[in-house]
Design a protein around this ligand. Structure first.
Ligand code: PHE
Length: 450
């Protein structure tokens, strides 16, 4: 029985759309492009794809199965299915990860909203005096402008969670996500005409095998796979918990993972040819999309600004549906655990997350000299810890919980796999390959095999 007063998705499509809306976001465009750029391109992409198929999809399935079975939030699901056992640590880490990830997600999404407004006013239709790169740097180093836009984006996120995820997002996902997909395809075709096509495609698709010797690209690929799939922190458990009727879970998992990966690859084909055409370094970091895309729109000539307007609008919408799923993980937990109303939880938790994000927001301006992990600034350090450590660790626990903590027959039945080859392969991946691979990648990232 679902808990009292819990929402349910309106339709079968509602769940898939919501899960896709969670998965497709800044991770596919902003994060995928800059992390791929920093990690040398094609070799990284290959490991990323392996992580998606061998580790990501099996854990997506585990989260869906746990969520639908338990009909509760990220922590409550474990408490319900395994009372008194320590598995719920994964859920608590997930809630912590939601706070961390949304804190900086709101900052980057704020940048996107700012760019949208600048295309709306026409300000960026032609290059400003200081150039597009200069414009970006001026903005992110300003003492308070990034904060304002982070605030606006977080207010929107809170407003949607406040009225309830179901009403808030099912409709937006149905219309805006396909539009974003179409726009990315159109822009990637255009980008291939800009003169950097061969270099850009080679960067993305022709692996430099020697890069595989660098342990840091494995953890980066693993973290990107988890981040992009919204995996390892109970977001998909939480959404699965709003599932009422019979849903074929494996089909849903393949669709979500497939679509999410497609978005990332198309975004890569859009960005990297342009990176080479306009002579920007692929490893320019988190500002990559902001520095490159305005050049692309500018080069379209008359009307190019409209593409910029649509691009930043649709990307902001995609970011919003992802941010909603992040906030929902924490909100659903607080509603149940402390019997808060949805409104109170959305407001308070969202507010706290905004505050936690302030240092990330100021990390290019007045806090610009602060580095935490290696030479990473505040935002990048948050991202690194949450995405590369918390998410995979949460995923590892979820994999072991499903693979070893459930009776095999129950797992096969509750996942809708049944006793099939795929079902058994799934359990094998959860039991052995995923946990061992995550563990080894952790070890290698702390230099154990170096
Ligand atoms: N997957 C989202 C994106 O790509 C981010 C996200 C991570 C959302 C974790 C929920 C949980 O933008």
């Amino acid at each position: 029985m679902p808990e009292q007063g819990r929402e349910q998705w309106a339709s079968r499509l509602g769940f898939i759309l919501a899960a896709m809306g969670s998965a497709v976001g800044l991770g596919n465009v902003w994060r995928f492009s800059y992390v791929t750029g920093e990690n040398g391109g094609a070799a990284f992409l290959l490991i990323y794809l392996a992580c998606i198929i061998l580790i990501g999809i099996p854990i997506v399935m585990a989260e869906f199965t746990i969520g639908r079975k338990a009909q509760s939030d990220a922590v409550g699901s474990f408490e319900k299915l395994a009372p008194g056992k320590p598995w719920k640590a994964a859920g608590l880490m997930g809630v912590a990860a939601a706070f961390m990830i949304l804190s900086f997600y709101g900052v980057i999404a704020g940048w996107i909203v700012y760019y949208f407004i600048n295309y709306l006013t026409g300000n960026l239709w032609t290059a400003p005096a200081e150039g597009y790169e200069g414009f970006f740097v001026d903005f992110i180093t300003n003492p308070w402008h990034p904060l304002l836009w982070q605030f606006i984006f977080m207010a929107l996120t809170i407003a949607i969670v406040y009225v309830g995820v179901k009403k808030g997002i099912e409709r937006a996902n149905k219309i805006l996500m396909p539009l974003l997909g179409i726009l990315l395809v159109v822009l990637s075709i255009y980008s291939l005409t800009l003169g950097g096509a061969s270099e850009g495609l080679a960067f993305l698709f022709t692996p430099d095998w020697s890069a595989l010797g660098d342990p840091s690209i494995y953890i980066a690929a693993l973290g990107q796979a988890f981040f992009s799939l919204s995996l390892g922190m109970g977001a998909l458990i939480t959404y699965g918990g709003y599932l009422s009727q019979k849903e074929h879970l494996p089909g849903a998992a393949y669709s979500v993972a497939g679509l999410d990966t497609l978005f990332a690859i198309v975004a890569g084909v859009m960005i990297f040819p342009a990176v080479f055409a306009f002579g920007i370094e692929p490893d320019a970091g988190p500002g990559l999309v902001f520095m490159i895309m305005p050049d692309v729109f500018d080069s379209i000539g008359f009307g190019g600004g409209l593409f910029g307007l649509a691009f930043f609008f649709l990307l902001a919408a995609a970011a919003l549906t992802s941010a909603v799923s992040l906030l929902e993980v924490a909100v659903a937990y607080f509603i149940r655990k402390f019997s808060w109303s949805r409104k109170k939880a959305a407001f308070i938790i969202g507010g706290i997350i905004f505050l936690i994000g302030i240092p990330s927001s100021l990390g290019n301006g007045i806090l610009g000299n602060v580095t935490i992990i290696g030479d990473r600034g505040i935002l990048d350090s948050m991202d690194y810890v949450a995405s590369n450590i918390f998410l995979p660790l949460g995923g590892l626990i979820i994999a072991v919980f499903m693979g070893w903590g459930w009776k095999k027959a129950d797992a096969l039945r509750d996942s809708d796999f049944g006793d099939t080859v795929l079902g058994n392969l799934w359990l094998f991946l959860l039991r052995f390959l995923a946990p061992i691979a995550i563990f080894l990648i952790f070890l290698s990232s702390i230099g154990l095999f170096g």
